[in-house]
Design a protein around this ligand. Structure first.
Ligand code: NVA
Length: 392
């Protein structure tokens, strides 16, 4: 018989931070939280973006004109150019701070998708790598995703993933199991529930996706060293939280499901609960954490600070934007003392300065149309630091 060489590392012993013989920081992929000093970043791109289609997991609507049908097919070149200009501005700012910036590869988002279980007329975009890709220490995880149009959204990042994976044998790479996204995976009537019903059901955390299949978007996850928060939402179900628990806990993480009962359409945690340095989380005054879930923070003397009202109201957001005014708080940490805030969000900039941050600003309003701001439009591959236990 043939004898195989043993692998240099077994699953689970991969370069753990408490092994003093391993210089954790020197790995090609290394990011354990949302704030450590940034070294390498993927910044999204609006190239070839399309409008998100109507599908069982998503009912896009034009802001202030819900009766008018939502556009379909490719975005205008003008909308693409305006967003790309702002994304390039963020890339320049990060480079000026010594960060290596990489961009996604080309992808035709106007192409339809057909699998044995569903068909969808077009895909979406690569503006928000945060939604699909996440660095969990020295491992890259590709999320399952929750919507049909986003099924193949990992593809523009694959060339980069192969590069990181080939460059360093200590780099892990996991793709989460793809759900069927068949009709039966979705609870379509969710979209028609009246407000009273949403109110009544706010503690059940049941949204447009059933619980049978593993479903999560990476942007529902927030990393705080050994502790990982996962928001149960329209885009992440309990099976998704369980998969993350069973994948991450044997690797030494602790996974905590978190809930924001007053958000009736929750998706992605980074406009709701945003850690910016050890001991400090920005919170959304409209979306308090479920009672009891704040205990781990308070017990460890973490401060939860409500952000000020955004400069734009919900009705003033770009007409095709499907996210709320709270994109204001979707800030990006360059380090525990340096933060990037959208250029027009002066009240939040002032708060961050008062909290002793050096505040950088870039214009980003044209990116809002794609549903995200500074944190959404990025994926950090390397931050200098190791896995700390902030909640002993
Ligand atoms: N669903 C969030 C946006 C997350 C980027 C919101 O609309 O506030």
């Amino acid at each position: 018989g043939t004898s195989l060489e043993p692998l240099p590392l077994q699953m689970g012993d991969r370069a753990m931070p408490h092994d003093p013989a391993t210089p954790q920081d020197s790995l090609a992929v290394n990011s354990w939280n949302e704030w450590d000093p940034l070294e390498e970043m993927i910044v999204g791109s609006a190239d070839n973006a399309s409008f998100e289609p109507t599908e069982p997991g998503s009912r896009p609507a034009i802001r202030n004109r819900p009766e008018t049908p939502f556009p379909t097919g490719p975005k205008s070149q003008e909308a693409v150019d305006l967003a790309n200009e702002e994304l390039a501005g963020l890339a320049d700012l990060l480079r000026s701070q010594g960060v290596t910036v990489r961009r996604p590869g080309p992808h035709d988002f106007s192409a339809p998708v057909r699998t044995p279980d569903f068909e969808v007329e077009n895909q979406y975009c690569a503006v928000c790598p945060r939604d699909v890709m996440i660095t969990m220490g020295n491992e890259i995880i590709e999320a399952t995703m929750s919507r049909r149009a986003r099924y193949f959204e990992y593809q523009p990042y694959r060339k980069l993933v192969y590069e990181y994976w080939n460059s360093d044998p200590r780099v892990g790479w996991t793709t989460a199991p793809k759900p069927s996204m068949a009709d039966g995976m979705y609870r379509e009537e969710f979209w028609d529930w009246p407000l009273e019903k949403r109110h009544e059901r706010m503690h059940s955390f049941e949204f447009c996706v059933h619980q049978d299949e593993v479903v999560f978007d990476a942007a529902d996850i927030s990393r705080l060293g050994r502790d990982i928060l996962v928001q149960e939402s329209m885009t992440t179900n309990r099976a998704g939280v369980h998969w993350l628990k069973r994948h991450l806990e044997p690797r030494g993480f602790r996974v905590h499901a978190v809930h924001f009962p007053l958000d009736f359409f929750p998706s992605h945690i980074d406009c709701t609960f945003v850690p910016v340095r050890p001991g400090l989380i920005l919170t959304n005054p409209d979306r308090p954490l479920r009672e009891g879930e704040e205990a781990m923070f308070l017990r460890n003397d973490w401060e939860l600070v409500d952000v000020p009202e955004p400069v734009l109201g919900n009705h003033e957001m770009p007409q095709y934007c499907q996210s709320s005014k709270w994109l204001s708080m979707n800030v990006l940490s360059i380090s525990p003392t340096k933060v990037v805030v959208e250029e027009q969000e002066k009240p939040l900039q002032d708060l961050m300065a008062k909290l002793d941050f050096e505040v950088f600003t870039v214009p980003f309003r044209n990116v809002f149309e794609y549903g995200g701001s500074l944190h959404c439009a990025t994926w950090d591959v390397r931050r200098r630091g190791t896995r700390e236990d902030y909640f002993p």
